[in-house]
Design a protein around this ligand. Structure first.
Ligand code: COA
Length: 371
């Protein structure tokens, strides 16, 4: 079927933001800071502060912010009951959606003055609750909700793996959260902003955004990329695998982008971690297969990996089950979604575009008996 002119609102400005810029040639900045500088120098918590409060923190501000986030991790008792009732067969993104939605029931946002506190609460509690659910539903384990880890990344990995976590593993997850934290008017953020523009509560905005992120064309691509890479058992198989997919007109998950045209700046950052982990773990196959696919996809289709592609081997190497890849994206993106909701609220007009009508001309009414 022919694609509609202007389909997907591609290339159109749908509003203003001061949170990030995504440039077609492959550059990404959060409030003016390049993603490369942020990934090299900042922690995820520092990036969250930047996005939620509009400036880089001083060390004392950062320390207080980290304390605040760590203080928000514990689940209310009734949430434990909800999470324990969700079966292992549920998709973890359904679990994330339910956690955020349920938190809106028991700890509602009573005033927009509470918006920052709500965002911090959701970053903290969602991180704990998703791992708690995973361990309970898959292994029958009721994990201790507390950890001695100060960072979101460390806390998540500690609860998941129940062992001391190597620095490289923590840093990999930490950087990945920075890369996932914000990305201008992507589908999920736009969904959340539309919801915010009705002056709805933050839990509703984030629940709506999670629904958009779940789809395989958006956040779900990291999981799909992992499943695809695991189908390939040697570097030699890559070309034939890609050829067959292209022949069948299948999408290769983790490649291509709606805005970037030659590279996704986040890809090389996470690729470096994937490489380092593959050496550290003495398990190079997955990374080598991914590298070969990157080269061949460019030669064949001029398509480049987006952030989700090398995220897949990197997450796999640090022991994250594939089902939890997209929920991690969601936890990081709570930051960007919330920042966008705050920005929308601060200068709001309800988002209500028009549609070009392409249906039938005006018609006469026909009674049911005469149809
Ligand atoms: C990201 C994505 C949704 C962007 O979509 P888009 O801007 O609408 O781009 P299109 O789907 O129109 O793609 C343009 C062309 O490239 C092809 N293409 C794009 N991504 C492709 C991929 N991953 N594998 C194979 N072909 C791809 C399309 O089939 C299309 O070809 P055509 O013009 O012959 O129909 C798309 O690249 C995609 O589906 N990628 C895989 C999913 C993914 O990794 N998502 C995460 C995004 S961060």
């Amino acid at each position: 079927m022919k694609k509609l002119e202007g389909a997907g609102l591609r290339g159109q400005n749908a509003g203003q933001t001061s949170l990030s810029t995504v440039e077609q040639e492959g550059s990404l900045r959060y409030l003016g800071y390049s993603i490369e500088d942020l990934a090299d120098n900042a922690s995820f918590e520092e990036v969250a502060y930047l996005l939620l409060l509009g400036k880089l923190p001083t060390s004392s501000e950062l320390s207080k912010f980290e304390d605040d986030l760590a203080g928000q991790r514990k689940m209310p008792d009734s949430l434990i009951g909800v999470v324990e009732s969700i079966p292992a067969s549920a998709h973890p993104m359904e679990v994330i959606r339910t956690i955020i939605s349920y938190m809106g029931v028991i700890e509602p946002e009573l005033s927009f003055d509470d918006q920052l506190a709500v965002a911090k609460r959701l970053i903290g509690v969602t991180t704990t609750a998703i791992v708690y659910w995973y361990n309970f539903s898959h292994k029958g384990l009721k994990v201790n909700q507390e950890s001695n880890e100060r960072s979101v990344a460390g806390h998540f990995l500690k609860l998941l793996r129940q062992e001391e976590i190597p620095e490289l593993d923590k840093r990999t997850l930490d950087v990945s959260l920075t890369l996932y934290a914000e990305h201008e008017f992507n589908a999920s953020t736009f969904t959340g902003r539309v919801c915010a523009s009705t002056l709805s509560d933050l839990h509703s905005c984030l629940t709506a955004a999670v629904g958009s992120l779940r789809g395989p064309l958006h956040g779900g691509a990291n999981e799909e990329a992992m499943k695809m890479l695991q189908e390939i058992t040697s570097v030699k198989e890559v070309k034939a695998f890609v050829d067959e997919k292209i022949e069948n007109k299948d999408k290769i998950m983790g490649f291509g982008h709606a805005v970037y045209s030659i590279k996704d700046p986040r890809s090389n950052i996470i690729k470096r971690f994937s490489e380092e982990l593959s050496i550290d773990h003495k398990d190079k196959l997955l990374h080598e297969v991914a590298k070969e696919m990157e080269i061949y996809m460019w030669d064949k289709k001029k398509l480049f990996p987006n952030t989700d592609f090398f995220m897949a081997p990197a997450y796999h190497y640090i022991g994250i089950p594939t089902d939890l890849f997209t929920p991690l994206f969601a936890i990081a993106r709570i930051v960007g979604w919330s920042a966008h909701a705050f920005e929308q609220r601060s200068n709001n007009r309800i988002i209500r575009p028009s549609a070009e009508y392409i249906g039938p001309e005006d018609r006469e009414w026909v009674d049911i008996e005469s149809r």
